[in-house]
Design a protein around this ligand. Structure first.
Ligand SMILES: NC(=O)c1ccc[n+]([C@@H]2O[C@H](COP(=O)([O-])OP(=O)(O)OC[C@H]3O[C@@H](n4cnc5c(N)ncnc54)[C@H](O)[C@@H]3O)[C@@H](O)[C@H]2O)c1
Length: 246
């Protein structure tokens, strides 16, 4: 399917790496003007330079409501409108810990980025979007099932689906769609440093027998953000190589 996003403006958080960068590339390839927001100014700038054209880089921490508000203002200043938002910035829990052994600071770190961040983003984005606008949030298979020792991540991704559905209901009348993609495990820097035996076992847990490439998640994100998905809202769509089918 050819998706034409010419004239649309998009904002991708965490656009400097992995799935976010793949979404930026795909949105730009479909003709959208893309603002790349990331905690890392250098990463956002590198992806903007790679994509070229109208792409613009913004430094922002999604767990800071002031940064998020500025990020949306800078996008509007650059493009004049906000048609598509991909709320992708997120962090994992690099060290497994049972709930009793989880540091409160670690719980708060993960929730403040993965859940509070998505709330701050949608709170700033939805009121400035027009009829036809679309938001896609980056959820996970961990929005449906759990993994031992990752309470903050699992809780944040489960809650993100509830937040997505609520946003979809709140803004349906305004003609703005809000959906979530439930990514299986994806070969990105988020998984850097993991034990190779763990990675092999995780790959095997996907019936397709491998991790996803970030571009395979971006395809679904861009479809949901496009007019081709005009009757899809409030949905959580796994893109997981069959992980949840077992
Ligand atoms: N990689 C996976 O296996 C996987 C699976 C399911 C879901 N996801 C989700 O996809 C999203 C992207 O993950 P990824 O694998 O591409 O990760 P990644 O680590 O490759 O990229 C994440 C990007 O987000 C940025 N970021 C981190 N904290 C931020 C903050 N507070 N404010 C702004 N930017 C911030 C980082 O600088 C980085 O550029 C995350 O929400 C993650 O939970 C990833």
């Amino acid at each position: 399917m050819d998706i034409d996003l010419t004239g649309k403006s998009a904002l991708v958080t965490g656009g400097g790496s992995g799935i976010g960068a793949a979404c930026v590339r795909e949105l730009a390839a479909c003709g959208a003007k893309v603002a790349i927001a990331d905690l890392s100014a250098a990463a956002a700038r590198a992806v903007a330079d790679e994509v070229g054209g109208d792409a613009t880089a913004i430094t922002a921490d999604v767990s800071n409501p002031g940064d998020v508000s500025r990020m949306v203002t800078e996008t509007l200043d650059a493009f004049g409108s906000l048609d598509i938002a991909v709320n992708n910035a997120g962090v994992g829990m690099p060290t497994k810990a049972s709930i009793g052994a989880t540091e409160i600071a670690e719980w708060r770190r993960v929730l403040s980025i993965n859940l509070d961040g998505a709330f701050y983003c949608m709170r700033a984005q939805l009121p400035v979007m027009r009829q036809g606008g679309a938001i896609v949030n980056l959820a996970s298979v961990m929005s449906s099932v759990a993994a031992e020792g990752a309470s903050g991540y699992v809780a944040s991704k489960h809650a993100l689906v509830g937040l997505t559905k609520t946003a979809a209901l709140d803004y349906a009348v305004a003609g703005i769609r809000v959906n979530a993609v439930g990514a299986g495990f994806v070969d990105t820097p988020l998984l850097d440093g993991r034990d190779p035996r763990w990675l092999a076992a995780i790959a095997a847990a996907h019936p397709l027998g491998r991790l996803a490439d970030a571009s395979e998640i971006a395809s679904a994100v861009v479809f949901l953000a496009s007019p081709a998905a005009s009757f899809i809202t409030g949905a959580y769509i796994p893109v997981d190589g069959g992980y949840l089918a077992r």
